[in-house]
Design a binder for this molecule. Structure first.
Ligand code: ADP
Ligand code: AMP
Length: 213
């Protein structure tokens, strides 16, 4: 499970980890953005919270994630990105896992200073076709504005606009940071990851902290 502020690189590393471990990744932000695009009941409920940089209500995300984790695809294991983000969500997940006699292998906290987060978020571009993530400063596509993977157009996420980013960071400090202490007292203690540096280097450190190298 990957925990950390917005822009810390969780999604980027989650994709690689999941690919190498051959398990699915459940990225709550991606799931919710897809629900908004598909105009499902969850999407209609989530939209206004996401646009404002607020958290979607706990019960909504808990229903979404327990549904996803109950699918056969999740049986061999999974990477969680962006969930849980509140103590209530962490408690919900812990209860769900306990009922099934499952345990998280590792909870990793991505540590990145705020000025670097702001730089990463201002440079982030995502593909409207497949959701792939780029960065104009350090992970540009081969052709400006065009996804290398599917040819879709690259855009700035609406919630990466400066004012919304400030609110997301405020919400992170208020609602998500308490999880750092919560996990210290849990069955799966937190492991710290210095997430500053080249993506490849951060990935090598991630493999070390989860005990895979
Ligand atoms: P999160 O999922 O934690 O919000 P992302 O994985 O989307 O973060 O990364 C945020 C932005 O920073 C993206 O544009 C991504 O390409 C870029 N990024 C990811 N890892 C690094 C890194 N180690 N150094 C610099 N930029 C990075
Ligand atoms: P992300 O893609 O992880 O940056 O998430 C984008 C947005 O989706 C957040 O700003 C929230 O509005 C919403 N979101 C993602 N994960 C959660 C969660 N675990 N709980 C509540 N809201 C979430």
């Amino acid at each position: 499970m990957l925990l950390g502020p917005p822009g810390a690189g969780k999604g980027t590393q989650a994709e690689r980890l999941a690919q190498d471990a051959d398990v699915p990744v459940y990225a709550m932000g991606d799931i919710l953005r897809q629900a908004v695009r598909d105009d499902t009941p969850v999407g209609r409920e989530a939209r206004r919270f996401m646009e404002a940089g607020e958290l979607v209500p706990d019960q909504v995300v808990l229903d979404v994630i327990t549904d996803a984790l109950s699918s056969p695809a999740a049986a061999p294991g999974f990477v969680l990105d962006g969930f849980p983000r509140t103590v209530v969500q962490a408690e919900g997940l812990a209860g769900w896992l306990e009922e099934r006699q499952l345990e998280l292998d590792a909870v990793v906290y991505f540590e990145v200073p705020e000025d670097e987060l702001l730089r990463r978020l201002s440079g982030r571009r995502i593909c409207t076709g497949c959701g792939a993530v780029y960065n104009v400063y350090n992970r540009p596509p081969a052709e400006d504005g065009v996804c290398d993977l599917c040819g879709g157009s690259l855009v700035t996420r609406e919630d990466d606009e400066e004012e919304t980013v400030r609110n997301r960071l405020r919400v992170y400090h208020q609602s998500t940071e308490p999880l750092l202490v919560w996990y210290e007292g849990s069955a799966t203690p937190l492991r710290q990851l210095d997430a500053v540096g080249e993506v490849d280097e951060v990935y090598r450190r991630l493999l070390r902290v989860v005990g895979c190298s």
